[in-house]
Ligand binder design. Structure first.
Ligand SMILES: [Zn+2]
Length: 444
C-alpha cells in the first residue's frame, strides 16, 4: 500500500474529494469544530457551564485559541460531568490512571461509533506496513473489550492479518520467548518492554527474533531505542502517537519517517506555549492541544494533552497533505531543573542509555540539591557484565551535552547500580521521579 494511502481513506471519511488539500481539510475541520462546539454546549453539562464560549460559530480556525482549555483536572473532577449523551448510549467507560493522586480516577465515555472510528484508523494505519496473511503480535497490556489491544486485533483481522496477543507483554523474558515461538511479521507494543524483550532474546543463546515492522506506541520513543530494535530484529520501526483522550489513535508514522500523520478526521491539533498558553510559533515545540471533531460520548475542546511536540503543515514526502507531529519531547513539566540551569529529561536519559546494548530498561530518580543526585537503577539481560556496563553508562552520560555539562560543572552526580530484573516497566508511562531536597532537620 502506498504511504499516502491514509489520504484517500480519510478523504472518504470526510466526504471530500481526493487528493486531499490543506484548504479542504481546514474548511472541513472548521465546520466540524463548530458542530462539536454546538453539540458540547447543548449536551455536555461541563461545556454548558463554561464561560468564554462565543454565541456564534467560529469564522476562522484561529479563533479557537480564544476558547478556554480543558484539562486533565477537569476530566478528573468531572463536575459538572463531561458526558454529552445518556449512559445507555455509551459502549465503554474508560478509567484513566492518575499519577500518584488519591481520589476518583479520570473517566472517559465512548459510543460504539467512537470506538468504530478508532478501529477504522487502526485498520488503515496498520495497513501502511501490514500485509494480508501477516502474523501480527500485539504486545499492549490489557484485554478489555473496546481497549487498545482488542481494537487493534479487530483492525488487523479486517486487513487480512492474523493478530496474536502476547500473554505477558510486560515481562521481557516471557515476551521474548513468546515472540520467538510466534514468529511475527509485525509487532505492535510499548517501546521499552519491546526493547527489553529484544535484548533478552539477543543474549539468551536462542534463535534470533526477526520482524519486518514494529509499531511503537503509548510512550515516547528515543531514537536510540528505535535504532536498537531495527538492529536487533531487522525491523522497520513506525511510531504512533495517541492516548485514551484522543480515542487511542492519534497520529501514525509513514514509510518516510518524517513525522506522524494526524488523524485529522477526528482531531484538530494546536500547539501552545505551555508557559504563556498562547499559540506556539509555527513549527515550534509546545504542548499538543486537541479538540475532537466527531466524538459524541465525551467531546473534548482544547484538551491539554501534556505531551510536547512540533506540528508540520508542509506536505510529507509520501504525498500526504495531513499535518504531522514530530519532535516528541516528553511531557510538560516532567523535566528536572539542574543547579546549573539546564533541564534533565527522561527522554535525554533514554537516548543515552538505550544506545547501550547491555541496557534493557532503567529507572531514574533525581534528588534535587547542589549538586543534584541522579540515581539510576539499571536493568540488563543476562549475562550481566557489571563493571563494563556501569562504565559504559557513565561514558554515555558524559557524552550527552546537558548531562555531561552538568557533571563537569559539579551540578550533578550519578549513582548507578543494577536492578535485580531485566525489565522495570509497568503499564503506566515511564517518568523521571523527582524528589525535593530534604530540609535540614536542625537549623544550620
Ligand atoms: Zn508521510
Amino acid at each position: 500500500m502506498s504511504t499516502a494511502a491514509l489520504d484517500p481513506w480519510m478523504a472518504a471519511r470526510m466526504g471530500l474529494a481526493a487528493p486531499l488539500t490543506r484548504a479542504a481539510i481546514d474548511a472541513w475541520g472548521l465546520a466540524r469544530l463548530n458542530q462539536t462546539i454546538a453539540h458540547a454546549r447543548a449536551a455536555s453539562p461541563f461545556y454548558r457551564a463554561r464561560r468564554d464560549f462565543p454565541d456564534s460559530p467560529l469564522a476562522r480556525i484561529e479563533e479557537l485559541a480564544r476558547l478556554p482549555f480543558t484539562t486533565a483536572a477537569d476530566l478528573l473532577a468531572d463536575d459538572p460531568p463531561l458526558l454529552a449523551l445518556s449512559q445507555s448510549a455509551v459502549a465503554r467507560v474508560v478509567t484513566l490512571e492518575t499519577s500518584g493522586t488519591s481520589g476518583p480516577p479520570k473517566r472517559l465515555h465512548f459510543t460504539p461509533d467512537d470506538l468504530e472510528s478508532t478501529v477504522d484508523f487502526f485498520d488503515h494505519g496498520m495497513a501502511l506496513f501490514t500485509r494480508p496473511g501477516d502474523r501480527a503480535a500485539i504486545a499492549f497490556p490489557g484485554r478489555h473489550p473496546g481497549g487498545v489491544a482488542a481494537g487493534l486485533a479487530i483492525a488487523l483481522r479486517r486487513l487480512g492479518a492474523v493478530p496474536v496477543a502476547a500473554p505477558s507483554p510486560l515481562d521481557p523474558v516471557a515476551l521474548a520467548g513468546w515472540l520467538r515461538e510466534t514468529r511475527p511479521d509485525v509487532v505492535a507494543g510499548p517501546p521499552v518492554p519491546l526493547l527489553a524483550a529484544a535484548r533478552v532474546a539477543a543474549n539468551d543463546g536462542g534463535a534470533p527474533i526477526r520482524a519486518r515492522a514494529v509499531l511503537l506506541s503509548s510512550d515516547h520513543v528515543a531514537d536510540s531505542l528505535a535504532r536498537g530494535l531495527e538492529a536487533t530484529w531487522g525491523a522497520e520501526v513506525f511510531r504512533h502517537w495517541g492516548m485514551t483522550e484522543t480515542g487511542y489513535g492519534g497520529a501514525v508514522d509513514c514509510a518516510f519517517h518524517c513525522g506522524c500523520h494526524l488523524r485529522e478526521d477526528e482531531l484538530l491539533v494546536e500547539i501552545v506555549d505551555p508557559d504563556t498558553d498562547a499559540p506556539a510559533p509555527a513549527g515550534a515545540v509546545g504542548e499538543v492541544v486537541v479538540s475532537t471533531l466527531r466524538r459524541r460520548g465525551a467531546p473534548l475542546l482544547r484538551y491539554r494533552t501534556g505531551d510536547l511536540a512540533r506540528l508540520i503543515e508542509a506536505p510529507c514526502p509520501c504525498g500526504s497533505a495531513l499535518r504531522r507531529l514530530v519532535g516528541f519531547a516528553g511531557r510538560v513539566g516532567a523535566g528536572a531543573l539542574l543547579p546549573n540551569g539546564d533541564t534533565l529529561t527522561l527522554l535525554r536519559l533514554d537516548e543515552a542509555l538505550f544506545a547501550l546494548e547491555a541496557v534493557s530498561d532503567f529507572a531514574a530518580v533525581l534528588d534535587r540539591g547542589a549538586p543534584a543526585t541522579l540515581t539510576l537503577s539499571i536493568a540488563a539481560p543476562a549475562p550481566v557484565r557489571v563493571a563494563a556496563t556501569l562504565a559504559a553508562v557513565r561514558a554515555r552520560l558524559a557524552e550527552d551535552p546537558i548531562v555531561g555539562a552538568a557533571l563537569r560543572a559539579g551540578a550533578l552526580r550519578v549513582e548507578a547500580a543494577f536492578a535485580d530484573a531485566v525489565g522495570l516497566s509497568s503499564p503506566a508511562k515511564r517518568r523521571l521521579t523527582i524528589r525535593e531536597a530534604t530540609p535540614c532537620a536542625q537549623r544550620c
